[in-house]
Design a protein around this ligand. Structure first.
Ligand code: 9G3
Length: 571
């Protein structure tokens, strides 16, 4: 393909709106353009990358025994009412009415639609197991769409749904998808890790996320330094402390702490480390107000808290509520004498001795407060985030943390949807049984963005070969007949040899072409010019290493093939 035949509007400057590397580079390389917040057009280069990722997914899904379907983007409200999700989801579900005033939404996911298909069309255990997948545009009306394709409102997802007659079958399907995801992300050239994940609001029994490891990732992963344990911090279990502190309890004292509201301010003023403090956080669920106690250097895990309280929404209480329940302004809440609301303590708290807590009076804290003697909780549970240095919950070493981008998620759903929608089949005895379901998602557009987060330098994108928009960027740098003829011959030769070649046929300076080639990130650049041709060579540059090799045009195809083989087999 010649660049003159493609719209590739590269940008020299960083676009101001972009916060992350992948967003910046996709805009700068002319791959995407914004249409509205979180909504993008894929230009030819961007679309080529998406199609490559899709193709890898299709091959692996098909070979894992899944069958491709395509469900509609518009979903009728009736199906969503059956599972209760029409009312459960708020504004994130984009709703509209048709001309007959009937309610619809733009599909944010397709559990309801596929379960409806199943219950209408599948009758017998003989038709099971089944696994359906589609690659389709989803819409989720995020409050804050950002990072380009990473958190768009409209995005491309591969979603799959399996139906089995029993748990063992469902587990097998889950494992097949898990294995297929490993192959897919490996083939895409991504460095990733599968981690245990929270099943979240969707319900179900077990789940794993596939995380692309990148410092810019929004997710925190904890993993054991010696064993195999790895989990999203949202989900990672924390063991209770091995032992209680041995210090003898000292008498409780009230101390003046003027304007010391934050943990840092109290630490500085009283000259104590964070782990000598107990934080008292006041949360509201809309219906109920509760106090949560965690050690000063620990963070409340709101997902664990939501589960304990059996709610889907929770937030820190505002100043008015805090004053009402504690009698003090924000920053001075504490468990001593706190009455009228349930108190939940993380299980690290009872093991502490002689701690600092808020005194429920303005500008006052208690020091040397002690569990049971001075304060208690209604429940003691695992309520905090795991953090680096904690023992692994599998007792296989110490936890470390890293950042990741979620590109895939596999769930065991059980019968949550089949029960709600009465999706049954007849077993060999003629009995009606609920189908056991699993669902499996891959963020297709997000995977492309995640690849850039992992594969770039200060000059631009460095595509892994299997998902590059083009394999070779062919760059003539002289305007002569001789160079034009040699370039055309190389183009024909490489294309015939199976390479996808982007031929920069613009009448531009070499420097401009080199900059664009580095920005666009094809794995190989081939530079053709009069000077080299006079010596019988062209120059091949490997984008990733920057290594340049002079090679005779007749040997170019073989050289590229060998280099691809060598680099691909390293992975
Ligand atoms: C909604 C809205 C947002 C949502 C959902 C529903 C996330 C929702 C979870 C999933 C789970 C799986 C199929 C492929 C694998 C993942 N955000 N989820 O269900 F109505 Cl507005 O989508 N779906």
């Amino acid at each position: 393909m010649k660049t003159s035949q493609l719209l590739i509007p590269t940008l020299r400057e960083d676009p101001g709106e972009a916060e992350t590397v992948s967003h910046k580079l996709m805009l700068r390389a002319g791959m995407i353009r914004k249409v509205a917040a979180g909504i993008y057009t894929y230009l030819p280069l961007g679309l080529r990358v998406l199609r490559k990722v899709e193709q890898i997914i299709r091959e692996e899904m098909n070979s894992a025994g899944a069958q491709e379907v395509l469900m509609p983007m518009a979903s009728p409200a009736e199906l969503w009412r059956e599972t209760g999700r029409w009312d459960f989801y708020g504004k994130e579900l984009l709703r509209f009415k048709d001309r007959h005033e009937r309610d619809f939404c733009l599909g944010p996911t397709h559990e309801e639609v596929i379960t409806d298909l199943f219950r209408r069309e599948v009758k017998s255990y003989r038709q099971l197991p089944l696994n359906f997948y589609q690659i389709q545009t989803k819409f989720r009306d995020e409050i804050r769409p950002r990072f380009g394709l990473m958190r768009g409102r409209e995005f491309l997802m591969k979603d799959a749904y399996s139906f089995d007659r029993d748990e063992a079958g469902a587990r097998l399907n889950y494992q097949k998808m898990y294995d297929a995801y490993h192959r897919i992300f490996t083939r895409c050239g991504l460095t990733f890790r599968a981690v245990e994940a929270d099943t979240g609001l969707i319900g179900g029994t077990s789940s794993h996320e596939f995380m692309v490891l990148a410092d810019t990732g929004e997710e925190t992963i904890v993993y054991s330094d010696q064993g195999t344990f790895a989990a999203n911090v949202e989900r990672a279990e924390v063991l209770p402390p091995a032992q209680t502190e041995q210090e003898a309890p000292k008498p409780l004292q009230s101390v003046s702490t003027p304007n010391c509201r934050s943990i840092e301010e109290v630490m500085a003023f009283l000259k104590v480390p964070a782990n000598r403090l107990v934080k008292t956080l006041i949360y509201t669920t809309g219906k109920e107000t509760v106090a949560v106690l965690v050690r000063g250097d620990h963070a409340v895990n709101e997902i664990k808290l939501k589960k304990v309280l059996g709610v889907t929404e929770i937030e820190l209480a505002g100043p008015a509520t805090v004053e009402k329940v504690t009698g003090a302004p924000v920053g001075f809440a504490g468990p001593v004498g706190l009455k009228g609301i349930p108190i939940f303590a993380d299980h690290a708290v009872p093991a502490l001795r002689n701690v600092v807590v808020g005194a429920n009076q303005p500008d006052t804290h208690y020091v040397d407060a002690n569990w049971e003697r001075d304060f208690k909780a209604d429940q003691v549970l695992d309520l905090r985030n795991a953090q680096a240095g904690d023992p692994s919950p599998r007792r296989d070493g110490t936890l470390k943390t890293t950042k990741g981008i979620e590109v895939g998620h596999v769930f065991m759903l059980g019968t949550k949807y089949s029960k709600a929608m009465n999706a049954t089949f007849l077993d060999p005895q003629g009995k009606e049984c609920l189908a056991i379901m699993g669902c499996y998602g891959i963020g297709v557009s997000r995977s492309a963005a995640a690849s850039i987060e992992q594969n770039h330098d200060e000059r631009g994108i460095i595509w892994p070969f299997p998902i590059a928009p083009f394999h070779v960027h062919l760059i003539p740098v002289s305007q002569s007949e001789k160079t034009a003829a040699a370039t055309a011959a190389i183009y024909t030769d490489l294309v015939a040899g199976g390479f996808e070649v982007l031929w920069d046929d613009r009448d531009d300076r070499a420097g401009v072409k080199f900059n664009d080639a580095d920005l666009i990130g094809a794995p190989f650049q081939v530079v053709v010019g009069d000077k080299g041709l006079a010596e019988g060579v062209v120059e091949v540059k490997v984008r990733r290493s920057g290594v340049k090799t002079r090679i005779a045009p007749a040997e170019l195809l073989q050289h590229l093939r060998a280099t691809v083989q060598a680099t691909e087999s390293q992975r």
